[in-house]
Write a protein that binds this ligand. Structure first.
Ligand SMILES: *Cc1c(COP(=O)(O)O)cnc(C)c1O
Length: 341
């Protein structure tokens, strides 16, 4: 039994999802003739109470498209110092959009409206880059699956409106936040100009993200997706997987969160572990005790067929997901308890 806790992207389609995919009606999506993609885009835009949505092959491309929509070269976006758009998209903000990032020193990937206000450049000072976009992440990836307080997001939205800034949500794991906090997609649709969501993470589809926004923004996104090389043909097979995931895999995210908490307890009980970060969703971040070699910890568990990753500086990560069952949880808890280096 291989137990893979490296990421929630390691899931494989369930037999039911595969069957649903195989039965999809498809067409050429570059001509907008794929009925399954069209259905999905309409379903997702309605879900968020927005006008339109567009299928993307990756979350990175959806985020990069959003940044390009909201900025002009030389301008600046504001994000957390741990933001995916800044750290893990290959420097794309500067390459694709020619923008710089003003980084906020946030708490677990989150920040306050006041911290945003402090980062906005004076638009009358032509020495400074023009601030044009604020982007946030929910849940935060590097922040350990933390969920924002929606009231803080409302305050940030007001700051954006005051200063005519666009507001983008990198919602790669937004559904985890919605399930954890009992919130709805519409609440987020109201707050943001554009939202990206990943379907290949906790929701268990093999590929795909969507960008959601106004008709005008999504018309621009369609052109940019072509420019970035992301216009595809009979993509309905993939869209079907996402439709299936939305209908069947959202509520069950609560199980991933419960199992993540159980992993956290097991880690807290181990003398090899110094600290476990607060667990709100499906990401468990923890630190090995002083004198414990993190690579040895990872390797010893790998010998027991349990995989996790090291994030450097003594920080380790486990992520629960669709293919991580209770039987696997029991085995992992047992192995953590018995682990000796
Ligand atoms: C995974 C992820 C993305 C998108 O990543 P892709 O691998 O390109 O789909 C974007 N933002 C966050 C926070 C993520 O975790």
């Amino acid at each position: 039994m291989k137990i893979n806790l490296i990421s929630d992207t390691v899931t494989k389609p369930t037999p039911e999802m595969l069957e649903f995919m195989m039965n999809a009606e498809v067409g050429d999506d570059v001509f907008k003739h794929d009925p399954t993609v069209n259905h999905l885009e309409e379903k997702v835009s309605k879900l968020f109470g927005k006008e339109a949505a567009l299928f993307f092959p990756s979350g990175t491309m959806a985020n990069q498209t959003a940044i390009k929509i909201h900025t002009q070269p030389s301008e600046q976006l504001i994000c957390d110092k741990w933001a995916h758009v800044y750290n893990f998209e290959g420097g794309g903000a500067s390459f694709n959009s020619g923008v710089s990032c003003a980084l906020i020193d946030g708490n677990r990937g989150m920040f306050t409206a006041n911290q945003v206000r402090e980062k906005i450049n004076d638009p009358n000072n032509y020495h400074l880059a023009k601030t044009s976009l604020v982007t946030i992440e929910n849940t935060t990836n590097k922040g350990g699956g933390a969920c924002w307080d929606i009231n803080e997001l409302k305050r940030i939205k007001s700051v954006c409106q005051e200063h005519s800034l666009a507001f983008h949500l990198d919602g790669a794991r937004l559904f985890n936040a919605l399930v954890a906090k009992g919130e709805t997609p519409e609440q987020y649709g109201e707050l943001f100009d554009t939202i990206s969501v990943c379907m290949s993470k906790g929701l268990g589809a093999p590929i795909g993200s969507l960008l959601i926004g106004s008709k005008e923004h999504i018309a621009k996104a369609l052109r940019l997706r072509k420019l970035f090389g992301g216009a595809m043909r009979q993509v309905g097979y993939l869209a079907a997987a996402i439709t299936y995931a939305l209908d069947n895999h959202v509520d069950r995210l609560a199980e991933d969160h419960k199992r993540a908490k159980a992993l956290g307890e097991a880690l807290e009980n181990s003398f090899l572990i110094k600290k476990v970060e607060q667990i709100e969703t499906n990401i468990v971040i923890f630190y090995v005790a002083d004198g414990v070699d993190e690579n040895e910890f990872v390797n010893k568990l790998a010998e027991k067929d349990i995989l996790l990753i090291s994030m450097g500086e003594g920080k380790l990560r486990m992520v629960t997901h669709l293919n991580f069952t209770d039987v696997m949880l029991d085995k992992t808890v047992q192995e953590i308890g018995e682990l000796r280096l």
